[in-house]
Design a protein around this ligand. Sequence first.
Ligand code: CP
Ligand code: NVA
Length: 310
Amino acid sequence: MAINMKGKSLISINDLSHEEVWQIFEVSASLKQKRLTGEPHRILEGKTLGMIFSKPSTRTRVSFEVGIYELGGIGMYFGPNDLQLKKSESVADTAKVLSRFLSGIMIRTFDHQDVVDLARYGSIPVINGLTDLLHPCQVLTDLFTIYEKKRQLRGLKLAYVGDGNNMAHSLLNGCSKVGMDISIASPSGYKPNEQIVNDALANAKYMGSKVEIVDDPIQAVKNADVVYTDVWASMGQESEAAERKLKFQKYQVNPELVKNAKEDYLFMHCLPAHRGDEVVNEVADSPNSIIFDEAENRLHVQKAIMALLM
Ligand code: CP
Ligand code: NVA
């Protein structure tokens, strides 16, 4: 039976049940098919999505805006200088005001707590479009994409090589939620958040899967079904880029490293990629790479999320 998710916010994958995650995937597949065959699916006719961006974006911005339009609604973009938010108005007051106008809010910002507070003080669904801590829409899309390619999630192994950042955190949440093994290799000082690792360990115990945090990228990639990486310096960390580049050299995803993965491994990256740093062209453009299918699926999965929550 369908689970009613109407009115809920999506701030972390860990807030979703296993069943809710699969419901998102089912609706994503159905909306993807409808778009392909030109079948109308204006489920959100007359609805408005506010899209708050304190950081730049290509995929998130375009896929949410196209997505809400295709569902029959309208998206309103607010860039870093458009709202009074956190300049002359609190998050709480902004949440209360926007709730009087909009049907939902998608927000990309720095401080994760701002997203939590927006949902807490507002009365409409809030969708996390990336914070310094998490990127749940990306990882729901990633899992959906892996499922499309492999027709299974449980029992597969994902290796994440690189910074213990928002992507690593949401992958820990997401993989452990669906019973995929996850192994993360990061240099010391750049390991993922301990609380998130502990939550993932608890999920994994329940699902019978594994969570491993290691130093050695070869160990992480060994027999992996999916090899994932992300930029070494995230948005907001630009001033650390040179220092990080030195510290992360060993963590580049290149042909030598992926030899340790399964032969039919999938290469994934949330993008934007800094080619020549965390990944080289020989891997990013190889037949194993599914980075552009992954990017496209942002549209289908976020349409499903909006359709279910709004
Ligand atoms: N992967 C992703 O979120 O891309 P953008 O930063 O372009 O939105
Ligand atoms: N870790 C990256 C992800 C971009 C989609 C960042 O936060 O900049």
